[in-house]
Design a protein around this ligand. Structure first.
Ligand code: OSB
Ligand code: MG
Length: 368
């Protein structure tokens, strides 16, 4: 495939409700969409970098900058590319995995459309629908949290993840467990909010029979997680720490986690996400697909990935209306607690032009 043009669309999409984590609060999703036009097809990718650098070192403008200066020029200078050859094209560009993932996603979408293949089948999907979980932000009060969780359960979500931080952990978890019972699939996500000194406090979560605790410590603290794991019955799951198949293997080997959250956008794209899945499957480590409040573009890819056999836990792949009143693609809809895996070529979805235009704040076109 020969890429003729790349367009970077910056968008701002209001969230249906503010989303608060230990890292801060988001009222809208500011994101970058990458559109690739080849000699044969068009493809779209979504960059999961946030408006600030609180979750990772990347943010929207850093992704835009590295795409414009370093990644897109290499792509446009190549006579023939496939998603699998991009890694060698970018060998001189360190890091910036979220920017790379967005461009790889767009190239892969265009390539698969050329061959009339769905992303799900190309990755090795085995399911036609995937169970849907939901990530619930930090609330102002426990009664408010219980109302929100009750609404999600009534909608059919199959698993609840509570965001936690010091001061918002034992009480909300206890309240949700007591109100909704022992059968509820319940887990928590700390987004690095704790330190090793909190080990005894975190061990008190063991009483609530959680599926897992996600990323309690700093992203570069694998040894700390391995140490903490010895104090907790609750399995540790890593999110921020896992940036590649190699880091997944290291974390598993060190005993830093028993479960891994795979986010394609965080690890450089669907191809590396697939490799992490394979490493985990070989090690007997369950995985699930995380989310970054994606629009329908990123969501389509996350749903496809979630259909792989190693994704044995429900992911943070919720319906479009959990995030946005109007998504930029046809919405993903919850059906009996599941989302259907797109079967069309490539991602199987594309932006609706009018909706995209209404949320776009800036477009940059780069040509051969
Ligand atoms: O840590 O999993 C996280 C959202 C933004 C950044 C980090 C995280 C999250 C979520 C939401 O938990 C997952 C989703 O529903 O997209
Ligand atoms: Mg997380």
């Amino acid at each position: 495939m020969r890429v003729e043009r790349v367009a970077l669309h910056r968008i701002s999409l209001p969230l249906v409700a503010p989303f608060r984590t230990s890292l801060g609060v988001e009222h809208e999703r500011t994101a970058l969409l990458v559109q690739v036009t080849s000699d044969e097809a068009e493809g779209w990718g979504e960059c999961v970098a946030g408006a600030d650098a609180s979750y990772s070192s990347e943010y929207v403008e850093s992704a835009e900058d590295v795409l414009r200066r370093h990644l897109v020029p290499r792509l446009l200078a190549a006579e023939h590319v496939t998603a699998h050859t991009l890694a060698s094209l970018w060998s001189g560009v360190k890091g910036h995995l979220m920017a790379k993932a967005a461009l790889e996603g767009a190239v892969l979408d265009a390539e698969l459309r050329t061959h009339s293949l769905s992303l799900a089948s190309s990755l090795g999907a085995v399911s036609r629908r995937v169970p849907s979980g939901v990530s619930v932000g930090i609330m102002d009060s426990v009664p408010e949290l219980l109302d929100v969780v009750a609404q999600y359960l009534a909608a059919g979500y199959q698993r609840i993840k509570l965001k936690i931080e010091p001061g918002w952990d034992l009480a909300p978890v206890r309240a949700v467990r007591e109100r909704f019972g022992d059968d509820l699939l319940l887990q928590v996500d700390a987004n690095t909010a704790y330190t090793q000194g909190d080990a005894r406090h975190l061990a008190r979560l063991d009483a609530f029979d959680l599926l897992l605790i996600e990323q309690p410590l700093d992203e570069d603290d694998l040894r700390g997680h391995a140490h903490l794991a010895r104090s907790l019955k609750t399995p540790i799951c890593l999110d921020e720490s896992i940036v590649s198949a190699r880091s997944a293997f290291d974390a598993i080997s060190m005993g830093a986690c028993e479960i891994i959250n795979i986010k394609p956008g965080r690890v450089g794209g669907y191809l590396e996400a697939r490799r992490i899945h394979d490493v985990c499957a070989a090690a007997g480590v369950p995985v699930w697909c995380g989310g970054m409040l994606e629009t329908g573009i990123g969501r389509a890819g996350n749903v496809a990935l979630s259909a792989l056999p190693g994704f044995t836990l429900p992911g943070d792949v919720s319906a479009s209306d959990r995030y946005y009143a109007t998504d930029i693609t046809d919405p993903f809809v919850l059906d009996d607690g599941y989302l259907d895996v797109p079967q069309g070529a490539g991602l199987g979805v594309a932006p609706v032009p009018d909706v995209l235009a209404s949320v776009t704040t800036h477009v940059q076109e780069l040509n051969r």
